[in-house]
Design a protein around this ligand. Structure first.
Ligand SMILES: Nc1ncnc2c1ncn2[C@@H]1O[C@H](COP(=O)(O)OP(=O)(O)O)[C@@H](O)[C@H]1O
Ligand SMILES: [Mg+2]
Length: 371
């Protein structure tokens, strides 16, 4: 995929920007707090329908202004497309695909495939299980828009069920239990679908990640990625995810009422990362954790390439300087056939890594000019 034109108006610290990126590597170089991350954030927004660093769209609008705009022309195998996002303070953002307003954010999924690498990727390995669930959710949504809708339905049902479990609604236990069952059915159906898709995704991702990790670590480390659903499908449902989830919800109803929230289901799933037989999150060194995070992200990239038959746009925000040589090499190799946006504070590291003919923009106070 190729971004041919990027236009920003009153987005973060950009008053207006019109950029015609190169089809290969685009370096955005500049000092801190000039707008480098803001530029890649705009691209991320068009790919995922949300920012990678805030859930509050209002923060994306240039301070003191009532609205903002991000637009881009994309060239993909399936044809060319225009994506536009209009931000208005106090209102929901509007998404336009080829000038037609999307009814739901989900319509955006897959229109622009992008993979972002940033220093925060380490959280994927070190952070709480929620980080790894979010990783599965975002990647699956890009690959399978149906997943995004199913997840939305699951989350909506979960919110409704949890609302019934709020302390003030506990008056009559039996009445509450009856009402819970209404939501259990929808949760089991959508939850089972989520579990099936996650299991399949992790299996394929895991194979690639093991291979890449072995390469990057110089054959020294074996990374094993395993989907660990909160509800044990084999034990509870004899292999049937819906039956397993339904049983877990039924059995847990009294505990849920006591606790005030739903205790079992894919909202508690985990993605296990084992290195040479131990949990890398707990026992891994900083270096091993970094390599594992990089392997996961590179696998995601390879998976998207394999599934869609085209290269996603790469966003590398401040990552290259943090990596040692073998990891840098792995990343630079992966980038060779992708349109890439790379931010950095100096060009020295790139030159040292052997990159020639660097196409760079200087970022200063919300402007980009060719170096
Ligand atoms: N909504 C906004 N309106 C105006 N300026 C903003 C807004 N959000 C962030 N900024 C400014 O953007 C700059 C940070 O940009 P960023 O892209 O994160 O920097 P960097 O170049 O270090 O990646 C800061 O100066 C910050 O004040
Ligand atoms: Mg930055």
């Amino acid at each position: 995929m190729l971004i041919e034109r990027l236009k920003l108006n009153d987005f973060r610290n950009y008053e207006s920007l019109l950029l015609r990126p190169d089809s290969g590597l685009n370096v955005i170089v500049g000092e801190n707090a000039q707008g480098k991350t803001n530029a890649v954030e705009a691209i991320f927004l068009c790919a995922f329908g949300r920012s990678h660093r805030t859930a509050k769209d209002a923060e994306l609008i240039r301070a003191g202004f009532a609205g903002g705009y991000v637009g881009m022309d994309i060239q993909a195998k399936s044809g060319s497309r225009t994506i536009e996002i209009k931000l208005k303070s106090g209102e929901r953002k509007q998404i336009f695909i080829d000038k037609l307003m999307a009814k739901r954010t989900g319509e955006l999924m897959g229109a622009l495939n992008a993979v972002m690498f940033s220093p925060e990727d380490l959280e994927l390995v070190k952070g709480a299980p929620a980080e790894r669930r979010r990783f599965m959710d975002m990647e699956l949504s890009q690959l399978r828009p149906a997943y995004y809708y199913t997840l939305q339905r699951y989350n909506a049902a979960l919110r409704q069920r949890n609302a019934l479990l709020k302390p003030d609604a506990k008056a009559d236990m039996n009445a509450v239990r009856q009402q819970l069952y209404i939501w259990d059915e929808q949760l089991s159906k959508t939850g089972a679908e989520i579990m099936r898709m996650r299991a399949e995704f992790v299996q394929r991702l895991g194979l690639i990640a093991s291979r890449l990790h072995r390469q990057i670590s110089g054959e020294r480390e074996a990374l094993l990625v395993r989907y660990a659903p909160d509800v044990d499908i084999e034990r509870m449902g004899g292999g049937d995810a819906e039956a397993a989830l339904s049983e877990a919800l039924y059995n847990g109803a009294l505990d849920d009422i006591r606790r005030g929230y739903t205790g079992a289901g894919p909202h508690r799933d985990e993605l296990e990362l084992n290195l040479n037989g131990t949990n890398v999150r707990v026992f891994g060194s900083q270096g091993q954790q970094r390599t594992a995070a990089l392997s996961l992200k590179l696998s995601e990239l390879e998976l998207i390439k394999g599934e869609t038959g085209e290269s996603p746009v790469l966003l590398l925000d401040d990552v290259l300087s943090e990596l040692d040589e073998p990891r840098q090499r792995a990343l630079l190799e992966a980038m060779s056939d992708c349109q890439t946006f790379l931010t950095c504070t100096t060009l020295e590291g790139l030159k040292r890594a052997g990159l020639k003919g660097i196409n760079a923009w200087r970022c200063a106070a919300g402007t980009l000019t060719r170096e």
